[in-house]
Design a protein around this ligand. Structure first.
Ligand SMILES: Cc1cc2nc3c(=O)[nH]c(=O)nc-3n(C[C@H](O)[C@H](O)[C@H](O)COP(=O)(O)OP(=O)(O)OC[C@H]3O[C@@H](n4cnc5c(N)ncnc54)[C@H](O)[C@@H]3O)c2cc1C
Ligand code: SF4
Length: 330
């Protein structure tokens, strides 16, 4: 691990301005991703700013009936919060599907949103990787790419975003709140937060240097049944090959409104707007729901080893839609 200096911030604005005043700074929250990357020298910050004493660890009601989640709320506390379990079960289930109990006790809301890809070549400094070392190439293209993207990839990078929590937040239309070094605050809808890789895969989101996430807000939950399902190589302690978050509202035996997002498919939690439009009016019988699911991710393309993913994503969605309709045998 390379040497670095360390400071503990006491206010969000201090944290952001201190980050802007130093070269190669990183905030450290739970440290469960950042420290691993530093040990491997994938990340080599010169200065770490510990944000654990900022007091941003509360979950509060908002005036419009939603929730305000401090960036330092631990994943386990968020999953267990009675308001989240009752009103946002898709979020609670997504969190509980991620990592392990010990990791969830450390991992924070902001850190989870900003965790980096699990592409194995990204972690292996002996291999070319445009995300780690811009311009060096992409070892996953033409390499072993079983866990890689089927949508949103580019000729520079085919990595996926690994977060379960962010997929649920995507169907909940979460908003990410930040503060910059000059004290300016921003509200960024999660649908506009992550960036496609294009030819700059090292730039993963719209945050400026030193911009700190302070909290995330959730609007009031939309009507409908919420489901999160994750398909992975082991029953626990594994990242998603495919995950689906859905909120489906049935009225008079038909879908009135559906929100559907996938994890494990692209560089960001992937919402399929076209499919959501096509869902309106579809019958709640199993055949109609599974037929609808066959139309998901129309532009998906495998990279070789992951050619199974489009099929797996559609089958997982089919099961999720049937579960959302109230059947228990999906
Ligand atoms: C073995 C293992 C298995 C895992 N399995 C899963 C899984 O199945 N599903 C899943 O979703 N996740 C999984 N994870 C990832 C885990 O969820 C993340 O490591 C964790 O959520 C990151 O949160 P943290 O607080 O520890 O972040 P840190 O490691 O502290 O930070 C991560 C990044 O976010 C930045 N950052 C943190 N907070 C802020 C802020 N407020 N503002 C701006 N920048 C900030 C840091 O600078 C850093 O770049 C796994 C991790 C491990 C080690
Ligand atoms: S897919 Fe992206 S992260 Fe993985 S090796 Fe290629 S450039 Fe690097």
């Amino acid at each position: 691990m390379k040497q670095f200096t360390y400071a503990r911030a006491t206010t969000p604005t201090d944290a952001a301005s201190s980050a802007a005043a130093h070269r190669r700074t990183r905030f450290i929250a739970g440290g469960t991703n950042l420290l691993d990357l530093m040990k491997l020298e994938v990340e080599t910050p010169e200065h770490l700013i510990d944000i654990n004493r900022l007091g941003l660890d509360a979950i509060e009601e908002t005036a419009d009936g939603g929730l305000r989640i401090g960036t330092l709320v631990r994943n386990s506390d968020l999953a267990a919060d009675p308001r989240v379990r009752e009103r946002y079960p898709v979020l609670s289930r997504a969190l509980l599907a991620g990592a392990s109990g010990q990791l969830r006790n450390k991992a924070t809301t902001g850190g989870n949103l900003l965790q980096r890809t699990r592409c194995y070549y990204f972690y292996d400094t002996a291999m070319p990787c445009n995300k780690r070392h811009p311009g060096s190439g992409c070892a996953a293209i033409g390499g072993y790419n079983r866990i890689h993207a089927i949508v949103g990839a580019s000729d520079s990078c085919i990595a996926t975003h690994p977060s379960d929590m962010a997929v649920a937040m995507r169907v909940l239309d979460a908003v990410i709140h930040t503060v910059a070094a000059d004290g300016n605050v921003r509200e960024i809808p999660i649908g506009e937060f992550y960036r496609l890789p294009g030819d700059t895969p090292q730039v993963e989101n719209v945050l400026a240097d030193g911009e700190l996430i302070t909290h995330v807000t959730l609007p009031p939950p939309p009507p409908g049944r919420q489901v999160y399902r994750k398909v992975r190589d082991r029953a626990s302690y594994a990242f998603a090959l495919i995950s689906v978050a859905a909120i489906v509202n049935f009225e008079d035996g038909r879908i009135a409104d559906a929100r559907i997002a996938f994890g494990g498919v692209g560089p960001m939690p992937w919402r399929d707007d076209e499919l959501e439009r096509a869902a309106a009016g579809v019958g709640s019988d199993e055949v109609s729901l599974r037929t609808l699911a066959e139309n998901a991710l129309a532009d998906a393309r495998g990279q070789g080893h992951n050619d199974f993913k489009p099929v797996l994503a559609r089958r997982t969605l089919g099961a999720v839609l049937v579960e959302a309709s109230g059947r228990t045998d999906a």
